[in-house]
Ligand binder design. Sequence first.
Ligand code: ZN
Ligand code: ZN
Length: 185
Amino acid sequence: MDFDAYAKTAVDLVNAPLEHLDDLRAVFIDERSWMREEAVERDVAVFRRAQKRLRDVFESGAAGRDAEAVAELNILLETYPIQPRISGHDSGDWHMHVTSRGASVSAEYLAGAAWGLAVWLCEYGSARFGVCADERCGNVYLDTSSNNCRRFCSERCATRSHVAAHRARKRAAVDETLTQLAPVG
Ligand SMILES: [Zn+2]
Ligand SMILES: [Zn+2]
């Protein structure tokens, strides 16, 4: 099983807007695209609740609250237990599912997400769970950088933040010049 891919499904879910069923369907990509057909309106609320709890794991890890991240993940593992099963859809290409036959889309997706994150934490540590440093963004990410120094969810946020910081410095410099030019008192 590709645990990294499962951990990535947790990231995808936390970062997704979840207003409508269509938002939820958009989360189901690649091997999970079969879930689009099966997701129903009431799944949205289930996913929204799970989304919040998964976000808590990222926030705890990013803030250095290691034991909390572990405790939260253990609760998620209990809530969304895995039950591995070999499955084949139409094409008969055998692959693993993480819940039993007839399980709901939410049970399947969330068991995989919790399991993937748990394995990820044991492998790399909760300090590698991140929340984007751009406050307007708030997306979460898994820090795979060699020295655990990633601060933004994406290249886009990093660039935007650097541009904003640069402008602020420039503005501060201009303000200072104006202050110096202005007569004092
Ligand atoms: Zn399948
Ligand atoms: Zn971001």
